[in-house]
Write a protein that binds this ligand. Sequence first.
Ligand code: DC
Length: 218
Amino acid sequence: MIITIDGPAAAGKGTLAAKLAEKYGLAYFDTGMTYRAVGLAMTLDGRDINDAAAAEEYARKLTFPQMLELAKNPEFRSSKNGVAASVVSAYPGVRQALLQMQRDFALNPVFADGTPANGAVYDGRDTGTVVCPQADFKFFITASPEIRAERRFKELQAKGMETPYAEVLADMKARDERDSKRAAAPLKPAEDAVIMDNSELNIEEMVGVAAGVIDAHK
Ligand code: DC
């Protein structure tokens, strides 16, 4: 079984994906990590993320184990690296280069410890539209920019990163704008996605709605 969860930054995709993966015994692939890995690898090497050709070269060379290694860097989840990921993700060559790695996971899904799984939950921006259009269940999660910025701000604070709320909100809005207006695979719900606005829903309620949809058609 393949489940996709798309939506803007900090809409709660990761939390929902993890809960559904646990509930149905599926592996989990956060596709934003592939773009974050390219952004961070370039930054660490002192390369300019506005250089599309260089970004494409980094994307072509990226392997799954390298991505997991880069994810250990505290900067990987920073607001700044989120913006870098969003910039490089707008280059069609970067998206094309990362697509195979993203699709391969659905063919051979594995848990974090490497053991095989019977399916996967994907999260990202285009997993229901481009990466896994064949998915069994597709969800599109959204919430207001202010609510998402507040969640991300608290998350960063909990990790000891002192980014001011105003900066997190500004980064969030800039990313929303770039992710939804780019020509290559813009952020939009798949035609067959179930759309959920979680501004007023807590995580348990979201899981309940999603599980209701899945259990009704499984
Ligand atoms: O979900 P995230 O914040 O880790 O994603 C970082 C950036 O990567 C996001 O701003 C846009 C890009 N992204 C994408 O273009 N397509 C995906 N499937 C996932 C992420």
